[in-house]
Design a protein around this ligand. Structure first.
Ligand SMILES: [Zn+2]
Ligand SMILES: [Zn+2]
Length: 258
């Protein structure tokens, strides 16, 4: 079965989604679901991107089924690596996503972050840092949204073109492959035809370097976004030669082979 491997519910600071509504929505769309709440401790700013693990499992464990798995989205930072590893360890999570939301101690979501920053230099730095974080967090199952910075960057063309960052993107993809991590295909920006085109080049390159598996993830924070653009994402994966997978108890399960 196809899974949406990246979704947030009310245990994430930036989502109010009810788990029962999310499960209903996924069933309507004929897909399975993985809840991946934020665990990004010591986050810059006022929002607490952590959650109470005991309360979470008490409430969600009974909902677990062949169509619902429980995961977590871990922030990848040098200063919190021990905390996030300890949080994810020895707990019955099915899947851990590693994500870069913070760069140089600043929130990438924040508009001020981009002030006085030039795109070429900033994106190259973001990718170099991502490579370093993947190698520092070899315990994660999946690298989340490689194009996260493009969501928020205020540039007239926020897209990450492979040719402009070939060396840095290759380094990220090699780190993913060498640490036995799976690459997420995030559909969050699939509303943009240009974004899809640029992403396809990156996923094709991933295949050329030896990558074979992707998870599909909508990064839904609301019910309507669950499974968004999955038909297009499946087409992209197939064209790139990549098989679509999910995880159960940190073990890869194939949804379909390319
Ligand atoms: Zn994220
Ligand atoms: Zn997320």
């Amino acid at each position: 079965m196809l899974f949406d491997n990246h979704t947030h519910t009310k245990h994430s600071a930036d989502s109010d989604m009810r788990p029962d509504f999310a499960i209903m929505e996924a069933a309507d769309k004929g897909i399975g679901l993985v809840f991946t709440e934020h665990y990004d401790p010591d986050f810059p700013g006022d929002t607490d991107f952590t959650f109470d693990k005991a309360a979470y499992f008490k409430e969600y464990e009974p909902l677990r089924s062949s169509r619902l798995r429980l995961g977590v989205e871990l922030g990848m930072r040098e200063d919190t690596v021990d905390k996030v590893q300890a949080f994810a360890k020895d707990e019955p999570f099915d899947l851990t996503i590693g994500s870069l939301h913070v760069l140089d101690g600043k929130d990438i979501y924040d508009e001020d972050f981009y002030e006085d920053k030039e795109k070429q230099e900033l994106y190259a730095h973001y990718l170099e840092e991502m490579e370093r974080m993947i190698r520092l967090h070899p315990f994660i199952d999946v690298l989340g949204h490689i194009d996260y910075i493009c969501r928020h960057a205020p540039y007239s063309n926020p897209d990450m073109t492979y040719g402009d960052f070939a060396r840095e993107i290759d380094a990220v993809l090699r780190a993913v492959i060498e640490t036995d991590t799976t690459l997420e295909l995030s559909t969050k920006r699939f509303g943009s035809r240009q974004a899809r085109k640029e992403l396809f080049t990156i996923y094709k390159r991933f295949y050329d370097l030896g990558g074979r598996y992707v998870t599909l993830g909508s990064d839904a924070h609301t019910q309507d976004a669950i499974g968004a653009y999955f038909v297009d994402a499946e087409d992209m994966a197939r064209e790139a030669g990549l098989s679509v997978v999910t995880f159960r108890e940190h073990r890869m399960q194939i949804s379909w082979y390319a």
